[in-house]
Design a protein around this ligand. Structure first.
Ligand SMILES: Nc1ncnc2c1ncn2[C@@H]1O[C@H](COP(=O)(O)OP(=O)(O)OP(=O)(O)O)[C@@H](O)[C@H]1O
Ligand SMILES: O=C(O)[C@H](O)COP(=O)(O)O
Length: 394
C-alpha cells in the first residue's frame, strides 16, 4: 500500500476521503474536534508540497438531504484547525461542485457536501464513485473510522485512480494496531469491558491467539461469573451466552491465556446515579443488587497485571462510568495504564465509550494511542479485512 511518503503533490489535486463524522451540539457546533485534527497531517503535507486538496466525508446517518447533517456546519471549525479558509460547495457531483474543484488553486482546500446525502454512497454505486473521482488527480484515503464500510467513496472509488494512497492517519492507525496484533514484546494484555459479551465475542476469539492476559470488566463480567456458578443478583447477564462464556474460558486455557475476572463488585440497589451502593464479592451478589463497577480488590489485581505488561489494548469501560458512583474502576484502570505507559509500555485505547471515558478523565495524552475508529477498530481486532484499506492494496 502506498502512503504519502516519497511523493510530491506539487501542482496536484488530491481528493481525500476523511472521516469528519464529528459530534455536533444543538447549535451545530463541533463538540469533539479529534477527527478533524487527526486529518491535519495529510492535508498539511499536500498543501506544503504545493498541491490543492478536495475533502469529502459523511456526517451522521441522514435520510436524504437533511440540513442538520450538512457539512456546512463544520466548515469554519475545519478552517480554524487547518489554518486555511476552507471553501464549501453544497453538493458532491453537481456542475457547481465540479466547477469549484476545477478552479481550486494550489494551497486551497475545498470541502464537498455530506456524501450520504446521496444514497449511492452507501450502496457503493460505481457511477457515483466515478463521478466523485473527477474531483482529483490522486485519491487519498485517510478515513480510518469509515474504513470498515464498503461505500462509494471508501472502497469503490479507488479503482478509478492510477495513484491512490493511504493518508497519514490511516497509516498511523494500522501501524498502532499492528503493534498490538503482531506484538514483538510480551506480555500482551487485552482489557475488555463494556456492556455485553455478545458485541465483543469475535474480538475475543481473534485476539486470544495474540495475547497473554485477558482482563474482563464491565457488564460482560456477570455472564462469565454466572456461567461458572456464581450468584450475580440483578446484574446484567446474557443468559443465551452462558455456554459461550465457558467455551471462551476453555479456549483461553488451551491458548495459555490467563483470564482475569473481577473478584469484587460495587453493587447498587437500582440503575441510578443516586442508588444505594456497597461492595460485594462478584460471585455472591444478593438479589435486589446489581454490579455496576469493579471493586477495589479487582482494581488492585488488574493493576498488577497492567504494571507487568509490555503491550496493552483497552476496549470498553470497567463500569457504568457515566455515573460518578460507578466511575472509579474505569478511572483507576485508566490511571494504571497511564502509569505503565510512562514506564515504557505501549498502550492503545479504542471503542466509542472507552475513548469517551479516557477523554472525560483527562487520560488522553497519557496513553500511547487513542484510535479514531470505533467500529473500524473492532473489525480490525476481529481479524477482518477492511474494504477501505483493501481497495488501496489492489
Ligand atoms: N456493570 C455494568 N452494567 C451495565 N452496564 C455497564 C456495566 N459496565 C459498563 N457498562 C456500560 O457499558 C457501556 C459501554 O459498552 P460498549 O460495549 O458500548 O463499550 P465500547 O466498546 O467502549 O464502545 P463501542 O462499542 O461504542 O465502541 C457504557 O455505557 C457503560 O455504562
Ligand atoms: O463514527 C463512525 O464509526 C464512522 O464515522 C462510521 O460511521 P457509520 O457507523 O455511520 O458508518
Amino acid at each position: 500500500m502506498k502512503t504519502l511518503d516519497n511523493y510530491n503533490f506539487s501542482n496536484k489535486k488530491a481528493l481525500i476521503r476523511v472521516d469528519f463524522n464529528v459530534p455536533l451540539n444543538e447549535n451545530f457546533e463541533v463538540t469533539d474536534t479529534t477527527r478533524i485534527e487527526a486529518a491535519k497531517p495529510s492535508i498539511t503535507k499536500i498543501l506544503e508540497d504545493g498541491g490543492a486538496v478536495v475533502l469529502m466525508s459523511h456526517l451522521g446517518r441522514p435520510v436524504g438531504k437533511e440540513e442538520k447533517f450538512s457539512l456546512k456546519h463544520i466548515t469554519s471549525k475545519v478552517s480554524e484547525i487547518l489554518g486555511v479558509q476552507v471553501k464549501f460547495v453544497d453538493d458532491c457531483v453537481s456542475d457547481e461542485a465540479f466547477a469549484a474543484s476545477e478552479k481550486l488553486e494550489n494551497g486551497e482546500i475545498l470541502l464537498l457536501e455530506n456524501l450520504r446525502f446521496y444514497q449511492e454512497e452507501k450502496e457503493g454505486n460505481e457511477d457515483f464513485a466515478q463521478q466523485l473521482a473527477k474531483h482529483g488527480d490522486i485519491y487519498v484515503n485517510d478515513a480510518f473510522g469509515t474504513a470498515h464500510r464498503a461505500h462509494a467513496s471508501t472502497a469503490v472509488i479507488a479503482k478509478y485512480f492510477e495513484n491512490k494512497r493511504a493518508g497519514r492517519l490511516l497509516e498511523k492507525e494500522i501501524n498502532n494496531l499492528d503493534k498490538v496484533l503482531n506484538a514483538k514484546e510480551k506480555p500482551v494484555t487485552a482489557i475488555l469491558g463494556g456492556a455485553k459479551v455478545s458485541s465483543k465475542i469475535t474480538v475475543i476469539e481473534n485476539i486470544l491467539e495474540k495475547i497473554d492476559h485477558l482482563i474482563i470488566g464491565g457488564g460482560m463480567t456477570f455472564t462469565f461469573i454466572k456461567a461458572q456458578g456464581g450468584e450475580i443478583g440483578d446484574s446484567l447477564v446474557e443468559e443465551d451466552k452462558l455456554n459461550l462464556a465457558l467455551d471462551i474460558l476453555k479456549l483461553a486455557k488451551k491458548r495459555n491465556v490467563e483470564v482475569h475476572l473481577p473478584v469484587d463488585s460495587v453493587v447498587a440497589d437500582k440503575f441510578d446515579k443516586n442508588a444505594n451502593t456497597k461492595t460485594m464479592p462478584v460471585d455472591a451478589i444478593e438479589n435486589g443488587w446489581m454490579g455496576l463497577d469493579i471493586g477495589t480488590k479487582s482494581v488492585a489485581n488488574f493493576t498488577e497485571i497492567i504494571k507487568a505488561s509490555q503491550i496493552i489494548l483497552w476496549n470498553g469501560p470497567m463500569g457504568v462510568f457515566e455515573m460518578e458512583k460507578f466511575a472509579e474502576g474505569t478511572i483507576k484502570i485508566g490511571e494504571a495504564i497511564a502509569a505503565a505507559t510512562k514506564n515504557g509500555t505501549f498502550s492503545l485505547v479504542g471503542g466509542g465509550d472507552s475513548v469517551a471515558a479516557v477523554k472525560q478523565f483527562g487520560l488522553e495524552n497519557r496513553v500511547s494511542y487513542v484510535s479514531t475508529g470505533g467500529g473500524a477498530m473492532l473489525e480490525m481486532l476481529e481479524g477482518k479485512s477492511l474494504p477501505g484499506i483493501a481497495a488501496l492494496e489492489n
